[in-house]
Design a protein around this ligand. Sequence first.
Ligand code: PLP
Length: 391
Amino acid sequence: MLAAPTHAPTQPPISDRHRLRPAQLDMPPRLLLGPGPSNAHPRVLQALGMRQVGHLDPCFIALMNEVQELLRYGWQTDNTLTIPVSGTGSAAMEATLANLVEPGDRVLIGINGYFGHRLTDMAQRYGAEVRAIHKPWGETFSLAELRTALETHRPAILALVHAETSTGARQPLEGVGDLCREFDCLLLADTVTSLGGVPLFLDAWGVDAAYSGSQKALSCPPGIAPFTLGDRAIAKLNRRQSPVPNWYLDMSLVGRYWGSDRTYHHTAPINMNYALREALMLVAEEGLDARWQRHQTVAELLWDGLEALGLRCHVAREFRLPTLTTVLIPDGIDGKAVARTLLNDYNIEIGGGLGELAGRVWRIGLMGFNSRPETVLTLLKALETVLPRFR
Ligand code: PLP
């Protein structure tokens, strides 16, 4: 017979105050056409459910190598330090700044939308002396403007958002890397809404540090975030006088787990790595050229359809992102009410504007798995039905 537990008389009574008995999980079948997340590809969801192995298992280590190599393909880079950060896009964003910024470093940030402000906030927290250049939301910086700014500010790092999800504008990066080398400065690029959907050539464009997210054009759930550093960035990391002030994101430690040592740092999110591998496999199977072309063709179908409904896009066509379109809300229409109706009556999610564009635009994402003609037709049909009710 088992002896009674000796601690029983002193154990406090268990409270059932928070003991919910929720119903079986059952989420509605939303079509996610907002700024992200996009719907995950069915194959990615299936991979997510694969049985686990340990995070130091030889099978998992083989998978880690595949993820790194597939990320290099997606980004068109040979960077050795190319890994997924355990966390969302903001974690990978923070990883670039935590590793590259030393207190007092001058960081020049192009602010033409919401995420330039987030970069500024983070860089300041790591002790950077931030200098900012501004453009109205929806516009981009020209090479001449960037040259003038580099001459004026002489930063150690220039940070630009390649695909501004808050505005739908694509910041051209061609030539910026050469400019940065002329001024002995690193180029850091946010590619959260471009990786896997918009042409991107990190090495050819001389991008020294970049990060992305999983839940946009890669069509994987949020929770794992691509990150890469090139040789010049690694040299800066190695020259640091002070330790990276963020233990979790310190690439001199995390890099050992993903590099040749394979030493434990933190427990990798095993199943999110399965999912990301599948998402990146889909990119490789389709081929970047075909994938970028698909995103462009499908976006143009949306833009033409919106025009036919009497709607206008916010960003000039030349700089419009195929992955994220900002649509001007016509005068007199309650944009939030339209979005609410699309969600409640049609299971379609679109986004509203942020910051300067709050209340002025809808944001429509056509990313990864959702970048298909039938998705566009579904949304246009719903808009055609809903809009007259609000005019
Ligand atoms: N940068 C850009 C351009 C983004 O669009 C986002 C998210 O929408 C982020 C960074 C931050 O990513 P996350 O929300 O996954 O942390």
